[in-house]
Design a binder for this molecule. Sequence first.
Ligand SMILES: [Zn+2]
Ligand SMILES: [Zn+2]
Length: 99
Amino acid sequence: MSAERIEGFGIYCDGCETEHDEGQPVWDTPGEGIDSAVCSGWFYSREKYFDRILCPRCQTCEVCKAPGHEVDGHLVCEEHEDHGFTLPAAVAPWDGPRG
Ligand SMILES: [Zn+2]
Ligand SMILES: [Zn+2]
């Protein structure tokens, strides 16, 4: 027989709690899971006190709430890509998985 005990980290959207699943339910480290999710179009930001990760469906423009994507740490729609945010991004762009 073969049996395997699955241990690892799952990645869940902070908006709708959908699980990121690329045919692999868990990752050895949170960083690997986040990296995989980001490669699949998820938005990840490292904020001051917590991390935030959003599936593609939960990424909405910070200006008008239309479906958006990340530009310089802000989530914007195509119309608002050049929006002049008066405050710097509250988030740090993804710069690779962490330990
Ligand atoms: Zn979501
Ligand atoms: Zn917009």
